[in-house]
Ligand binder design. Structure first.
Ligand code: A5P
Length: 226
């Protein structure tokens, strides 16, 4: 329950960062979900927002909340994207993809003028990979061979749920690569992306402008310095 309160506080703090109107990127996961509900409330109060969802889950949440959505094809000029993360390091680099949505999340992040990440304080760590493996979306075609190559970077485990491989919204598989703690996330990201069959990694290097962290002692804003 404490965690949920922190997530709600982070989400509410992010709504204060939104422009008066415009295109908003809608993240995925339990924290972003609270944000989407808050944006829905603002739309009902008359704010002219349009959304770009980062997963089929956030699309459903946004539709339920009454947020008008832009076409999936893009291109979008997104004013602000608000998304969650699984791990955040001191430089505001991220691991994402705990919900297998990181490829669409990264595309939306790239299309956004400002990226805000909302987390509870349990997500903070000194070095990425201390708490989580790196989620990697892999094309189904030849994935067992791709997995061997991933193993050169770190132990690669195909993500399963209820005895079945997890598939992304695009129908690809997820491998969780245990390569942490990472000294150089950008280099690890490059090594993984070099492998044919890798669609995208969950390493978000220099992609957060602001991280809103909520915890027992309230809310903190971490601003990227670069
Ligand atoms: C989805 O694939 C992830 O990148 C999420 O943004 C991340 O897992 C955060 O989710 P929670 O807010 O549920 O922790």
């Amino acid at each position: 329950v404490k965690d949920d309160e922190a997530k709600a506080l982070a989400a509410r703090t992010a709504t204060a960062e939104l422009p008066a109107s415009g295109v908003i990127g809608l993240g995925s996961g339990s924290t972003a979900r609270i944000f989407i509900a808050d944006v829905g409330t603002m739309v009902r109060q008359g704010r002219a927002f349009q959304g770009v969802p980062t997963s089929e889950g956030s699309r459903k949440d946004a539709e339920r909340a009454g947020i008008p959505l832009l076409d999936d094809s893009g291109p979008w000029d997104i004013a602000v994207t608000v998304d969650g993360a699984d791990e955040v390091d001191a430089r505001l680099n991220l691991i994402k993809g705990g919900g297998a949505a990181h490829t669409r999340e990264k595309i939306v992040n790239q299309s956004s003028r400002r990226n805000i990440i909302i987390v509870d304080e349990s997500k903070l760590s000194d070095r990425l990979g201390e708490k989580w493996p790196i989620p990697v979306e892999v094309l189904l075609f030849g994935h067992l061979g791709t997995a061997r190559l991933l193993s050169d970077v770190g132990r690669a485990v195909r993500r399963m749920r209820d005895g079945r491989p997890v598939l992304t919204d695009t129908g690809n598989v997820i491998y969780d690569v245990h390569a942490g703690p990472l000294d150089d996330p950008a280099a690890t990201d490059r090594a993984l992306r070099d492998i044919p069959g890798v669609v995208e990694t969950g390493l978000f290097v220099r992609r957060a402008d602001l991280v809103i962290v909520a915890g027992a002692s309230g809310v903190r804003k971490l601003i990227a310095t670069q």
